[in-house]
Design a protein around this ligand. Structure first.
Ligand SMILES: C[S@@+](CC[C@H](N)C(=O)[O-])C[C@H]1O[C@@H](n2cnc3c(N)ncnc32)[C@H](O)[C@@H]1O
Length: 156
């Protein structure tokens, strides 16, 4: 997925070795087919309804998720290049280090968004607040304690 670099941007030769084997646990379905159509940041209030299709293998892990108002979704930005260390996100006159940005271009292109959970149907979670292209692999689902204090008190 190599795209050309912008002025001031720098890339390195990425290592061959891979240390972790992730299991993608599902897929995210959104209205956006292309990266350029996605919002830069999801909107959990006014964003469009998106469907997180969890692999049924993990269905038992959803126990209790229905009580949560908000979730943290981790996903793998599979169309990102992974070798860029300095970036020029707005075509400015200087570079910014990858770790000072939430850019999708990073050594391990893991993204996270806090989403509002609207409903669950089987292993499909309908949420607002995502910003990825349709078909993006799902890495993890976690509760967001700061937004769910009342349900935390109820369910520990
Ligand atoms: C700026 S990143 C932020 C992701 C996440 N909210 C975060 O903060 O970690 C979101 C952008 O990534 C790009 N993007 C979306 N899905 C992608 C994918 N599957 N692979 C690579 N880039 C993607 C789109 O340009 C989108 O606007």
């Amino acid at each position: 997925m190599s795209a050309s670099l912008r002025p001031h941007e720098r890339a390195v030769t990425a290592p061959d070795r891979q240390d972790a084997a992730l299991w993608f646990i599902g897929q995210i379905h959104t209205p956006w087919a292309d990266r350029s159509d996605c919002p830069r940041k999801g909107d959990p209030v006014n964003g469009p309804l998106c469907r997180i299709a969890l692999d049924p293998l993990w269905s038992e892990a959803l126990l209790g998720v229905e009580d949560k108002d908000h979730l943290q979704i981790l996903y793998w930005l599979h169309q990102s290049r992974r070798d860029v260390v300095q970036q020029n996100p707005n075509f400015g006159d200087r570079a910014i280090g990858t770790f000072a940005l939430r850019s999708p271009l990073r050594p391990n292109p893991i993204a996270s968004s806090t989403v509002r959970l609207e409903r669950i149907a089987g292993t499909d979670l309908f949420v607002r607040g995502l910003d990825c292209v349709t078909g993006t692999p799902l890495v993890d689902i976690k509760p967001v304690f700061c937004c769910d204090e009342s349900s935390e008190r109820r369910h520990g």
